[in-house]
Design a protein around this ligand. Structure first.
Ligand code: C5P
Length: 221
């Protein structure tokens, strides 16, 4: 069974306040992209990797892969306007005979082999997708644009989901071709009628949005 990983790194990252796209902002000595790329490349569960780079940054992404010795990278392609467009571009590089695809946000650099294993394992039970998640522990409010609390939402059964997310390749292909949009791939698969399972995520799979997030993740390297 061959497992391909798509590393989506084409976000502009405007909230980071960097001149460069988020994937090429410095995390320690190297661009942020290097950390999740090295970790996916090192994973014993992953056979091949496709990088979805910010448009115009496909070549620097390949050079970075060479610099860190990420030998499983098969392609570096430009991303699209939305995350879903970027996933679609990455999937186009995954061959027909691949069985499973794992989609991971480059913005979550601290991916581990343990979480990769946790999302891959239940696919053999027939799930259409498996995602890592953490139960929401904060109290959740719906807030209006004027800052007024409109509702306290029960957190019973609420989970915050992360990446990497795993799917049978054909299932994700059908979901991205449906024309729907979502902020994660499991949303696309669920909208197409798929059954998605949540497994325990990892609190260290922090998503880098701001410069403070970047500093926090750098301190955890
Ligand atoms: O924008 P958001 O924080 O949801 O992005 C999550 C991941 O998706 C990031 O790794 C980002 O680089 C990627 N992305 C992308 N193409 C886009 C938007 C986001 O590859 N157009």
């Amino acid at each position: 069974m061959s497992v391909w990983a798509i590393l989506v790194a084409a976000g502009r990252g405007e909230r980071l306040g960097s001149d460069q796209p988020k994937a090429f902002a410095k995390l320690g000595e190297l661009p942020l992209l290097a950390e999740p790329l090295r970790r996916l490349d090192d994973s014993e569960w992953i056979d091949a990797v496709v990088v979805v780079a910010p448009p115009g940054w496909e070549e620097p992404a390949i050079l970075l892969a060479e610099e860190i010795g990420a030998g499983k990278v098969r392609a570096s392609v430009p991303g699209g306007e939305t995350r879903t467009d970027s996933v679609r571009a990455g999937l186009a590089e995954v061959p027909e005979d691949a069985a499973v695809v794992l989609v991971h946000d480059a913005a979550r650099p601290l991916v581990t082999d343990a979480v990769v294993e946790r999302v891959l394992a239940p696919l053999s039970e027939g799930w259409d997708g498996v995602v890592p998640g953490l139960p929401v522990s904060d109290t959740v409010k719906r807030v209006g644009s004027d800052g007024a609390v409109e509702e306290t939402v029960s957190r019973e059964g609420l989970w915050a989901v992360q990446t990497p997310q795993a799917f049978p390749v054909a299932t994700l292909r059908r979901a991205v071709q449906s024309g729907a949009d979502a902020t994660d791939c499991s949303g696309l698969v669920a909208a197409a009628g798929g059954r998605v399972k949540v497994v325990p995520g990892d609190p260290l799979l922090l998503k880098i949005t701001t410069a403070a997030d970047l500093a926090r993740v750098a301190s955890l390297l």
